[in-house]
Design a protein around this ligand. Structure first.
Ligand SMILES: [Zn+2]
Length: 140
């Protein structure tokens, strides 16, 4: 099931890849009227939250401290595949799927299913060689 949903995310991402060139997630967010803002730290209840999507008005919040913690873990682990990617853009891509999905546009999905699809979307749009869920595993 998770695999089917990752495929759904990938298919949606392909709408934004024209002749092999993917739109930059931050650019897409602007086009879709989704504001992207940075904050230093996440809400106290979710200290490891790196990003989130909020509707009304649609916006993506990126949290610098946990993203920097991830960057440090990537370097410590010498994950050269991950070092090549723009972490902020990967997180914006993931949250953009939440925006596209908001209102249940792809049918009724559980939170886990939406996560799987959002990972597939980000992986395809950013042409990642690794699965985005590996970020969380890297942090232990
Ligand atoms: Zn998510």
């Amino acid at each position: 099931m998770a695999e089917e949903l990752e495929d759904l995310g990938r298919r949606v991402a392909r709408r934004f890849i024209v002749r092999g060139v993917a739109s930059r997630p931050s650019h897409l967010a602007g086009e879709m009227g989704v504001q992207v803002t940075y904050e230093q730290s996440p809400p106290a209840a979710q200290p490891r939250l790196r990003s989130e999507y909020r509707a009304d008005p649609p916006r993506i919040l990126l949290y610098r401290d946990p993203i920097e913690e991830l960057a440090a873990a990537i370097h410590a682990d010498q994950r050269f595949d991950m070092m090549r990617c723009d972490l902020a853009e990967v997180h914006i891509a993931h949250e953009l799927f939440h925006h596209l999905e908001s209102g249940g546009r792809f049918g009724p999905l559980t939170a886990e299913e939406v996560e799987a699809a959002a990972h597939g979307f980000a992986q395809e749009l950013m042409a990642l060689d690794f699965h985005p869920a590996e970020f969380s595993r890297l942090l232990g």
